[in-house]
Design a protein around this ligand. Sequence first.
Ligand SMILES: Nc1nc2c(ncn2[C@@H]2O[C@H](COP(=O)(O)OP(=O)(O)OP(=O)(O)O)[C@@H](O)[C@H]2O)c(=O)[nH]1
Ligand SMILES: [Mg+2]
Length: 220
Amino acid sequence: MPIVDDRSLSAIILAGGRSSRMGRDKAILEIDGIPLLLRIHNAVADCRDLLGDRLAAAVYIVTPWGQTYQPLLPPTCRFIPERSPHRGPLCAFTQALTEIDSTWVLLLACDLPNLSTPIIQSWIDGLYSVPAQSIAYLPKHHKGWEPLCGFYRQTCYHSAIEYIQSGGQSFQGWLKLNPVTELAVTDPSCLVNCNTPAELDEIVTARSKSIADADVIDLK
Ligand SMILES: Nc1nc2c(ncn2[C@@H]2O[C@H](COP(=O)(O)OP(=O)(O)OP(=O)(O)O)[C@@H](O)[C@H]2O)c(=O)[nH]1
Ligand SMILES: [Mg+2]
């Protein structure tokens, strides 16, 4: 696919995991009545820099279960049916890259309930100062990169496919072989993802508490 615009950006949301730790499909779990997949879709779809006037083609969901998720999402959202389900996030991402023609891709997991449009927008603002040799712009945590909540150049496809063809499967392993620029995150709670029922409870409790605290401040 030709690369159309040096500053263009689209988004890929991965929603093909087994949710084995959660015990039920995470993508459709609701927080405040909104399924996690729709939440993350809306957070990114509302960003002003997302492919500009080609917004309709800007958000892609990679999943084997498009028919289940389609009714939950706006009709502008595009689905990429997974050719080989359950081969893991790196394979799903690499397949999706073949359908993307923007220079940059924001890759997101479906279970990031605290990520909001202003946060993503502020990250996008830093994107264009990333050195040309970096294949990605990602937050860091103590164990390595946060691969499912950050930006990749579309051209990383070549290195990803080479890594997969040599038997690699892990994002961390692939990223170690490539230059990556750190995306500095001021509040790490925006990266929280929910893998287990206990983590989901914790997130829901923290959100209710912050709403209650905000109400108290309002009343003062
Ligand atoms: N399309 C696609 N997405 C995947 C695949 N494996 C994981 N994901 C997604 O990658 C993101 C992060 O994965 P996890 O949080 O580990 O989710 P998971 O694999 O469903 O959960 P566990 O089975 O508990 O590990 C989630 O959005 C998953 O839906 C895959 O093979 N294909
Ligand atoms: Mg997760």
